[in-house]
Design a protein around this ligand. Structure first.
Ligand SMILES: [Zn+2]
Length: 100
């Protein structure tokens, strides 16, 4: 992603219209040429067996770990897994090695 913005005014969840904890726009578009929005929603993603990475990231924040600098590597890992999970829903998969 090209940039990161912090905001108190996130768009509503596309699934429940509730309040998102985190939102991002992927650097790729979907098959219809529309932006892919990555959403972390406490209502939709807590305990959602189809989105285990989102649930783990929500639990991480619920535990207060987002303010613990000793857990920054765990945060990075959980964010990457959440991003991959969200992108896979739209048919995008991360390649471990870039193409030649
Ligand atoms: Zn939701």
């Amino acid at each position: 992603m090209n940039r990161l913005e912090l905001s108190d005014n996130l768009p509503p969840c596309s699934r429940c219209q509730g309040r998102l904890m985190m939102s991002a726009v992927a650097p790729q578009e979907d098959q219809h040429g529309q932006p892919i929005h990555l959403e972390l929603c406490p209502s939709c993603d807590t305990g959602n067996v189809e989105r285990p990475a989102a649930g783990l990231l929500l639990q991480f924040f619920a535990d207060g770990a987002g303010h613990d600098p000793t857990r920054v590597q765990e945060a990075a890992h959980l964010l990457m897994e959440w991003t991959k999970e969200c992108m896979a829903i739209h048919g995008w998969y991360l390649a471990d090695t870039p193409p030649d």
